[in-house]
Design a protein around this ligand. Structure first.
Ligand code: SF4
Ligand code: SF4
Length: 200
């Protein structure tokens, strides 16, 4: 984890993107100390591209509490993100992979073995130990640890890696929130009630 006495560089602060009018209005009103500012779609894409080039992955927060809507799009790394760090630590426990504050993307990696030069770049960039150098010094893909973040595919200099959607292998698509309509409807009704109370 990042040493809190060591301030983050500006590019690492410039990485969380709120989506949707209610949340953005709230951030803009209360987030002055947290460097909140309104940005264009192009700036958002530039931030994401820059952060991914530095090894960040993207997480979307579409919580039941937001009525199933997208709330925040983060570009982050486990070294500076409490949520990712916690998820990774839990993954090292025997049953930890069942504890999910985040869900993997539902994609897996396809490898063109002929193109791979075994340079190890993908193993350096993977936060989940899904791409490793094995005891024989060969790059090895551990599918069951993969979160489908896509970083390795973007950082492979040979273009040997690509993502494919794998609902049958990951069991993660569609996301649970799509399946649990009842829970989402309940959260929406509660949000409405809370909003009515705030508007009083
Ligand atoms: S980054 Fe690409 S070329 Fe290098 S080991 Fe990984 S798959 Fe092979
Ligand atoms: S897509 Fe999978 S293997 Fe590639 S960096 Fe992400 S978690 Fe690691």
């Amino acid at each position: 984890m990042q040493d809190q006495s060591d301030p983050l560089p500006p590019e690492d602060i410039n990485c969380c993107i709120a989506i949707g009018k209610k949340l953005t209005d709230f951030w803009l009103e209360h987030g002055e100390k947290s460097h909140v500012r309104r940005i264009t779609q192009k700036e958002a894409l530039d931030i994401i591209e820059y952060q991914r080039s530095k090894g960040s992955i993207n997480t979307m927060y579409c919580k039941v509490a937001t009525g199933g809507k997208t709330g925040v799009l983060c570009s982050c790394r486990p070294e500076i993100c409490v949520a990712l760090h916690t998820q990774l630590s839990a993954g090292q426990l025997k049953y930890g992979r069942k504890i999910k504050s985040q869900a993997p993307s539902g994609y897996l990696v396809s490898i063109n073995e002929d193109a791979c030069k075994n340079c190890g770049k993908c193993t350096e960039i993977c936060h989940f130990n899904a791409m490793i150098m094995n005891e024989d010094g060969k790059r090895e893909y551990k599918k069951d640890l993969c979160w489908g973040c896509g970083l390795c595919t973007e950082h492979c200099p040979q273009g040997a890696l690509s993502l494919y959607l794998a609902p049958d292998e990951t069991g993660l698509y569609p996301l649970d929130i799509d399946l649990d309509k009842e829970l989402v409807e309940k959260a929406r009704a509660e949000n409405k009630k809370a909003q009515a109370w705030r508007d009083k």
